[in-house]
Design a protein. Structure first.
Length: 401
């Protein structure tokens, strides 16, 4: 979820949301209709998906800890939305990071968002012990105005590309509104907003992703395995099954990977590599896309992991000082991401919240391949049609909470 807190320029006008007189809780939309953007015909969709993964991996590499969790889709979407209100050097900085600008950027990320519309559903709760047979991918966004006037062009762009509405909250009720929106749009996996409303907070932009799906090859067996954590080898809870899936390995021995499907498009890539790089992750995608399916005995940890990342600290090269296209004088104050990811015998459940606070053929028969994940690895959930990663985790200790 993306949240921008805006510390506006002194004495912001009290008029709410582009001069309208909306009351608290009332939804207001930009003047633009939502564009229909097909992922397979909109330009630069693949570039936007690749930029999402590069940005997330950069954040992972800059973060300490045994387990580093991100949502590339939510992270990049947050930056794409911020870009609609960036000006000057901040615009140039974001364009350089994403490799996309203007309408091309908005259309590409909008198409990625719409590509998952067929999975849309928002249950009250999800459980890794009983994941849905038909995958759920819920994407949501909103702008919350707290006594400020977001620029009309900014709201129009969010409506045009991302179908993101705006609502109004009194300052005394804004924190409750933010927390409630997070809980509702993550089915309770994330309990509260990462933004703390202050007297200076004037606008918050939120974006959430919720995922839940059963394994496409059926339920796995519950077991355990010896896993080499940074603190030493530990016996951890695990899941195991013999499955017919795409398998690939680097010719030079840098990595091995399997793709565990949820359906024909959504899948989890499990990547064993000692020191993976972004080039390795991209090579894994290319190799698994064309790999033949073989029988693989997969044994890997089950886990329930949570993490948060200070993105301003992790991505210091981004200039987010001029966001005056959101409100006059706006600049970045906070940028954080919270992620919850669960993997079990029956499937996968995950949610992420990114918040930006603004201040102003027939296979050859062979013996099953042993794929035992017993040391640090990478777990990625993505749409294999677009290669847009929803979740990306570098896991060194699956027992950590």
């Amino acid at each position: 979820m993306i949240s921008f807190r805006i510390l506006a320029a002194p004495l912001l006008a009290a008029t709410l949301l582009v001069g309208c007189s909306a009351s608290a809780g009332e939804e207001v939309r930009g003047r633009e209709a939502v564009l229909a953007l097909a992922y397979d015909s909109t330009p630069k969709v693949e570039a936007a998906a690749q930029a999402s993964q590069r940005l997330a991996w950069k954040a992972i590499e800059a973060t300490d800890g045994p387990n580093r969790l991100t949502s590339p889709s939510s992270l990049a979407m947050s930056l794409a939305m911020v870009a609609e209100g960036a000006r000057g050097d901040s615009t140039s900085s974001i364009e350089a990071e994403l490799g996309l600008a203007g309408e091309e950027r908005g259309s590409a990320f909008g198409a990625l968002r719409q590509s998952l519309a067929g999975y849309e559903s928002l249950p009250e709760k999800v459980s890794v012990d009983d994941p849905p047979e038909t995958p759920i991918v819920h994407l949501a966004g909103q702008v919350l105005s707290i006594g400020a006037t977001p620029e009309a062009d900014f709201l129009d762009a969010l409506a045009r590309y991302y179908d993101t509405p705006a609502t109004v909250a009194d300052r005394g009720r804004a924190q409750k509104a933010l927390d409630g929106w997070v809980r509702r749009n993550t089915a309770g996996l994330i309990e509260r907003s990462g933004i703390r409303v202050t007297e200076a907070t004037s606008v918050v932009v939120q974006d959430a992703v919720l995922f839940a799906a059963a394994w496409g090859n059926g339920e796995m067996d519950e077991t355990s395995l010896e896993f080499a954590t940074p603190a030493g080898t530990q016996r951890v809870d695990a899941i195991s099954a013999t499955v017919r899936v795409s398998y690939a390995e680097d010719p030079e021995g840098r990595w091995r990977a399997v793709r565990l499907p949820y359906d024909d498009a959504l899948a989890a890539d499990v990547i064993i590599a000692d020191s993976p790089t972004i080039a390795d992750l991209e090579a894994v995608s290319d190799s698994l896309d064309t790999a033949e399916q073989v029988d693989v005995v997969v044994t890997m940890p089950s886990f329930d992991l949570s993490g948060s990342t200070d993105l301003l600290a992790a991505l210091p090269g981004l200039d987010l000082s001029d966001l005056s296209g959101i409100t006059p004088g706006g600049t970045a104050e906070q940028w954080t991401q919270q992620v919850r990811l669960q993997v079990g015998a029956r499937g996968t459940v995950g949610a992420a919240v990114t918040e930006f606070a603004e201040a102003g053929s027939a296979p050859v028969e062979q013996a099953p391949i042993e794929f035992t994940v017993d040391h640090p690895y990478v777990f990625r959930v993505s749409d294999t049609r677009t290669h847009w990663p929803l979740f990306l985790a570098a896991i060194a200790d699956p027992t950590a909470e």
